[in-house]
Design a protein around this ligand. Structure first.
Ligand code: ADP
Ligand code: MG
Length: 737
């Protein structure tokens, strides 16, 4: 049933070549007890390894049931070892982190026997070798003889045809040796047992055939087999493979034996995960806050189209070099803005454009806009009383506005500088403006009372033209006290004013009630300088004096949401396509600069921080790599045993990969759990200092992805050492002490 023909095997170390087996031919019967004797180094172990398919001959052929093994591939050899061969080693080679039962089960697991069947068969063989009461012990709780019985049970479990025993009594006392030999003799009644031994006395007593080896050659054979009638049956092997579950149990057991080390590795791995999780939660939370802020306030910050093209902010920065911003003075600076004229270009809103916008408002606007505001010129005059002689005087215009100024005579500058500006209201006003002197305007329109405020810039400057228009003498004046401005009264006459014929009694009484300035913290690119009025004033005038109201000079579109704003902008941009620069009409997105900028900064900071945190992931990956490497070295013998039991290379690397999946999962899970705990105090601190509740939030998807990353990194880090383990030569692995 087993035949070796002209087998040669040599080992070469440097220039020196050692013949372990030298042109050896021998045949075995299917039931026999063969003892192989010979001095140390004569090739006994090599012979067993070749027969067992652990090692392969350089020359010659091995026949199993008359079939040559020349074409066997790795998988065939794995199946052969698992199905047909049972190895018993001198040093038991039990897997120390598995129980006696699990050790015996291992070969059965590899050939896919079900759990209940496995336990039944393993228990049966353990009872047979006399270990009924020890099946749940660990190998290190057994005596030498008991351990060897376990090894025998393991070799028998798969019911192989051939048992190969390499000096099984070598490390046992003589009494125990006899017991073991008795057991093996029992087994040899139904199987082929090939037993290597030093002890010729024991061999003589138990074996039915003695083969003596010397220098890789057979020098005597007590009972050579004649050409036995060969059974030509096709040999059928069951495929071997380790189930994920078996690998998992083995890994868990092995991890238990080095729990401290594994926990430390997982904790080290979790630090990077914690770092990234916290950064993600914070930036995610902040982004959400910004978006919420954006959506809450969006309706207050319109897209506006005004009649001059250069952004006012740029212009206002002109000539401010030596000035203190946000001064706490009680006077305003007079700003002769004449030089600014050169900065401006017309952005005159044409009828065409108004039509274009109105089309939008009437269609898509129903879904995307919360409101639209048009501001218009009005035929009106600001009047101040001049006393010509005591008791005699008249109201004279100090500022006049025409409902439709002639474009050719009104420079864009003047159009833009029209002194009346609609004030924002409610939260938008409160969030972006301070009343630095006086109070917010109140109106009593039915009784002809109007309140206005003066808006100054961040350096407390007021345009000279505004002051002049309000009747202040600005010749050679560079400062003007707030108290001189606030409280000033004048009249507002709607319509064309005629000193002789107009009825001043129909004019509104206008009072300047306060000075208003944009906040330092305001992020809105609004520009106002001049006389601020509230929207009810313009509504009142548009309603009651329709004939005096002219064309639109400013359009404000209030989008529904951030996305809608983008739609509106896209629509407005489309108007300019193909137009020459002069004809293009530009808009100002009052909230855009701020949010785009802050969002960008947060993203950049997050990326930098995540890069730093990622370094700790790299470090922990290297650690896992080293740990796996150490583990592979420590478990070399086990690898050899598993291969002898028929485990495939894949199964070996799987054991280590599964171990790293567990470590990676542990690291990821601990990392996410710790992060969730840390988020609680972090949010507490943020709420305390920044007054924002629950900013840090870990997105569950992100948490899951982080755990997956952790597992992937761990497996990836262990891949090289695991491959190394898989590639280990089982013969060398078994020889390792
Ligand atoms: P035995 O089991 O009879 O003591 P072995 O079969 O272990 O002998 O070894 C036979 C010969 O082959 C010895 O000389 C040994 O040194 C050599 N040998 C065995 N394995 C190796 C190896 N992996 N590398 C080099 N030489 C080896
Ligand atoms: Mg040996």
């Amino acid at each position: 049933m087993l035949k070796l023909k002209n087998i040669s095997k040599s080992y070469t170390i440097g220039d020196f070549s050692q013949n372990a087996l030298d042109n050896l031919s021998v045949e075995f019967k299917s039931k026999d007890f063969v003892a192989v004797l010979g001095p140390s180094g004569c090739g006994k172990t090599t012979l067993l390894n070749v027969i067992g398919g652990l090692d392969h001959a350089d020359k010659g052929d091995l026949f199993i049931n008359g079939k040559s093994t020349k074409d066997f591939n790795d998988s065939d050899w794995d199946m052969y070892r698992n199905n047909s061969i049972g190895f018993i080693f001198q040093s038991h080679n039990l897997i120390t982190h598995l129980s006696v039962l699990q050790n015996v089960e291992m070969g059965l697991s590899l050939s896919g026997v079900s759990k209940t069947e496995r336990i039944k068969r393993a228990t049966e063989v353990l009872v047979r070798v006399g270990l009924k009461d020890h099946i749940h012990k660990r190998p290190n709780q057994l005596s030498g003889g008991q351990s060897q019985r376990v090894a025998i049970a393991r070799a028998l479990a798969n019911n192989p045809d051939i048992i190969l025993a390499d000096e099984p009594t070598g490390s046992l006392d003589s009494e125990t040796s006899i017991q073991i030999m008795e057991l093996i003799k029992e087994i040899a009644k139904e199987k082929l047992v090939i037993l290597v031994t030093h002890d010729s006395e024991l061999a003589n007593r138990y074996a039915s055939r003695l083969i003596r080896l010397k220098d890789g050659q057979i020098i005597s054979d007590s009972n050579p087999t004649s050409e036995e009638e060969e059974k030509k049956d096709e040999i059928k092997f069951k495929k071997t493979s380790m189930s994920f579950k078996t690998a998992f149990i083995s890994s868990i057991n092995n991890i238990k034996t080095k729990l401290g080390r594994t926990i430390l590795t997982a904790v080290a791995g979790s630090i990077g995960i914690i770092g990234i999780a916290l950064i993600l939660s914070l930036s995610n939370g902040l982004d959400q806050q910004i978006q919420k802020f954006e959506e809450d306030t969006l309706s207050g910050y319109p897209i506006s189209i005004t009649e001059s093209k250069i952004d006012f902010e740029k212009m206002m920065n002109y000539g401010q070099e030596d000035l203190t911003s946000y001064p706490e003075t009680d006077y305003a600076l007079v700003f002769d803005e004449a030089e600014l004229r050169s900065f401006l270009q017309p952005n005159l809103i044409t009828d065409d454009y108004i039509q274009y916008v109105e089309n939008y408002v009437a269609n898509e606007g129903l879904n995307t806009l919360v409101g639209v505001k048009y501001e218009r010129f009005v035929n009106m005059s600001l009047l101040q009383y001049y006393e010509i002689s005591p008791g005699v005087g008249a109201y004279m215009p100090i500022y006049q506005e025409e409902k439709n100024p002639d474009d050719t005579t009104t420079s864009p500058y003047e159009a833009a500088m029209a002194i009346f500006t609609l004030l924002p209201e409610g939260d938008v006003f409160n969030n972006n403006y301070d009343i630095i002197y006086g109070s917010y305007p109140v109106n009593d329109l039915d009784n002809g009372q109007v309140g206005v405020v003066i808006i100054v810039d961040e350096y407390n400057r007021i345009f000279k033209s505004t002051l002049t228009a309000l009747g202040f003498d600005t010749t050679d004046v560079s400062e003007i006290s707030f108290s001189d401005i606030v409280g000033k009264e004048m009249k507002l006459f709607i319509g064309e004013y005629d000193i002789l014929f107009s009825d001043v009694d129909t004019a509104f009484d206008v009072t300047i009630t306060g000075i208003v300035r944009q906040k330092d913290s305001s992020n809105v690119s609004l520009f106002y300088n001049g006389l601020g009025y509230t929207s009810d004033v313009s509504e009142y005038i548009y309603t009651n004096y329709p004939d005096e109201v002219g064309d639109i000079r400013r359009i404000s579109l209030y989008p529904n949401s951030f996305d809608d704003k983008e739609l509106v902008k896209t629509y407005l941009d489309a108007y300019n396509v193909g137009l020459s620069e002069v004809d293009q009409i530009e808009y100002i997105d009052q909230a855009a600069t701020f949010t785009a900028m802050v969002g960008g900064v947060i993203d950049t900071i997050s990326i930098v921080l995540i890069a730093f945190a990622a370094i700790s992931l790299v470090v922990s990956s290297i650690m896992i790599s080293i740990i796996t490497y150490v583990s592979v070295i420590e478990r070399t013998k086990e690898i050899g045993v598993l291969r002898a039991l028929g485990a495939r290379k894949k199964d070996i690397s799987r054991i280590f990969n599964v171990e790293n999946v567990i470590i990676g999962f542990g690291a990821g899970f601990v990392g996410v759990a710790v992060s969730l705990l840390l988020i609680i105090p972090i949010n507490f601190v943020i709420e305390h200092f920044a007054d924002m509740a629950n900013v840090a939030k870990l997105n569950p998807v992100a948490a899951l992805i982080l755990i997956l990353i952790s597992i992937t990194l761990a497996v990836f880090a262990g891949l090289m050492p695991a491959r190394m383990a898989a590639k280990k030569d089982p013969v060398i692995a078994l020889r390792t002490e």
